[in-house]
Design a binder for this molecule. Structure first.
Ligand code: SAM
Ligand code: SF4
Length: 566
């Protein structure tokens, strides 16, 4: 594939590019293969990538491609030097790929790159149409040149690998970059980097300045190796607030391990630029206006406990958070593997998924059973295997639910979740849906929640079952996406059964509440619980008044749960 590679020693940046060959270039309309046929009866929503529906990527030679997934330029939608960007976006090449994705079997293969795409993971909604939208996000490659030679980066092979055209390298002019932004009035965010080092571009700062003046609401994100950032430039970036999110790519806390991947780089210099940026912002009183991250890719040579501890210490001294990245490229850490306990301990909760490079995320999605399984997996355990009571009685069923997916349940702008309950007859037929329990927003993978499901028993004696399953409102019951629901037997008898009732929980609930929530209104809580209200109602009430932070709620639920028979 490349004149520079010798056997397995050479690296490729993306798995699909290892198989994508330049012969697969799809540069003209009408060259896509027919849509991949769906299985009969498959009515699930199409799987699309946002890249061709609401984003765009412009390479340093003016080629318009879908995203960073196409570093080679296998499917070029047009070139801004030959055609206005607006025309390219409205052209047949974009409509064609959207139509193809909407009509095809929902899997991750994409003809644009002749391989599985880590970005084709979104379920289409009614808003995703063949016409598309004006892009909300732009990935802009101001220059393809770089001052480093990171072994897994395509930049190092632009001049030698035959997959890349002779004109793959270059730089956009300031006027060209401005024209791109002028053609994208609905843009919300720009990633001012792709392959290459943005700050090597002589007009990087003038462009950012133009953006601040003409597009003040635009979010500007930059990833940099920091080596072209002089002290004067850092000062200007901070004083003029030329970036919103700056990622410093520094893979190591020791000069030798850092330079093993950042070939040609100097650790002191990179750290110095990051330190200066934080210091300038602090001095100007604008630190909260910048998101500044130290991005640390975990390799075999920089992942010792000692070096990670040193990185944490340096980061704390500078005042930046560390963003650990698990890479798929050769040399990747064998200690912090996707799904490993070591990774979860290093980054915690949902971040373990977020820490993965795109390709690994894609692999995890497949492993989890599809994109939807990222969040639609729960381990539901009723604390009682059987419940009994008199006809019409209200009883409580304690249930523990563990989030077994890879993406959070709810949170800002996300859906809402509920523990759903169905009443089944003895033969398993659904009789009715009972009142479920609302889940607090922002529950991270791995978290365990304790619930108290209120069940109004049927009026007729007999044997029943309760089916418990998580629900994403308006989307699905998790069991429709392959998660296992739980079943609890239910017997309605003439005499009192073995169930827990609200009064049994009053004292433990109040004690736990007092410990978990400062200034909780215990009088109100006591009255509510004593009058037969369920513990769940109390939690929902407190949550709706913003008096119960998620951490306190989880703590409270755990304590209450510990007080129950199990
Ligand atoms: C190609 S670089 C270009 C921007 C800039 N030169 C830099 O290095 O930050 C884009 C992003 O890819 C990341 N990257 C580089 N090598 C990587 C690897 N082997 N695995 C995962 N991400 C990598 C960089 O850290 C950066 O955040
Ligand atoms: S610094 Fe960035 S663009 Fe340059 S070779 Fe390394 S990863 Fe690629």
């Amino acid at each position: 594939m490349t004149t520079k590679r010798s056997g397995a020693a050479r690296w490729v940046f993306r798995a699909q590019q290892a198989v994508a060959d330049h012969r697969f270039r799809v540069r003209k309309p009408g060259e896509l293969p027919p849509p991949a046929l769906r299985e009969p009866g498959d009515t699930s929503a199409p799987l699309i990538c946002k890249a061709v529906f609401e984003e765009v990527c412009v390479l340093a030679n003016g080629d318009v491609v879908c995203s960073c997934a196409d570093s080679v330029g296998l499917r070029v939608y047009g070139n801004i030097r030959r055609q206005p960007l607006a025309e390219i976006l409205a052209g047949p090449m974009f409509s064609e790929i959207r139509e193809w994705q909407l009509a095809s079997r929902p899997d991750r293969w994409c003809p644009a790159i002749s391989g599985d795409c880590p970005l084709r993971v979104h379920r289409a909604t009614a808003l995703d149409t063949v016409a598309g939208h004006l892009p909300r996000m732009l990935q802009l490659e101001p220059t393809s040149h770089c001052n480093l030679k990171c072994p897994a980066c395509p930049v190092t092979e632009f001049g030698t690998d035959p997959r890349y055209t002779a004109d793959r390298t270059g730089s956009l002019t300031l006027a060209e970059m401005i024209a791109i932004f002028e053609a994208l009035p609905s843009l919300e965010k720009v990633l001012f980097y792709n392959y290459g080092e943005a700050f090597l571009h002589a007009d990087a700062l003038p462009l950012l300045r133009w953006l601040r003046e003409h597009r003040p609401a635009l979010a500007i994100h930059i990833s940099t190796n920091a080596l072209a950032l002089t002290a004067a430039r850092v000062r200007e970036v901070v004083a003029e607030r030329l970036v919103d999110r700056m990622l410093f790519a520094i893979d190591g806390a020791r000069p030798e391990s850092y330079a093993r991947y950042r070939v040609g780089g100097k650790l002191d210099k990179a750290l110095g630029a990051m330190r200066q940026m934080v210091a300038e912002a602090k001095a100007a009183g604008t630190r909260d206006q910048f998101e500044i991250w130290w991005q640390y890719i975990l390799f075999e040579w920089n992942d010792s406990d000692e070096e990670l501890a040193e990185a944490r210490e340096i980061a704390a001294g500078i005042g930046v958070p560390l963003e650990w990245v698990v890479t798929h490229t050769p040399g990747a850490s064998q200690k912090f593997l996707p799904g490993s306990e070591a990774l979860a301990a290093l980054v915690g909760g949902e971040r373990a998924f977020r820490a993965l490079s795109c390709d690994l995320k894609g692999a995890e999605i497949v492993r989890a059973g599809g994109y939807e399984a990222l969040r639609h997996r729960a381990d539901i355990r009723p604390r009682l295997t059987a419940l009994s009571g008199r006809p019409g009685e209200r009883v409580l069923l304690p249930v523990t639910v563990r989030h077994d997916g890879l993406a959070a349940w709810g949170g800002p702008g996300a859906g809402s979740y509920r523990l759903g309950v169905r009443l089944l007859d003895a033969g398993g037929r659904t009789l009715s849906e009972l009142r479920g329990v609302q889940v607090p927003p922002g529950v991270l993978p791995g978290a365990e929640l304790a619930f108290f499901v209120e069940v109004d028993l049927p009026l007729t004696h007999g044997a029943y079952h309760l089916l418990l399953d998580m629900v994403e409102e308006g989307v699905c019951w998790f069991s429709e996406r392959g998660s296992s629901p739980a079943i609890c037997d239910l017997v309605v008898v003439a005499e009192a059964g073995s169930s827990l009732r609200p009064p049994d929980l009053v004292e433990p609930a109040l004690a736990a509440l007092a410990g978990a929530v400062e200034n909780a209104d215990l009088a109100e809580a006591r009255a509510k619980l004593a009058s037969g209200g369920a513990v769940e109602d109390l939690l929902v009430l407190l949550r709706s008044r913003d008096t119960l932070p998620l951490s306190a709620e989880l703590d409270l639920r755990a304590r209450l749960s510990a007080d129950l028979p199990g």
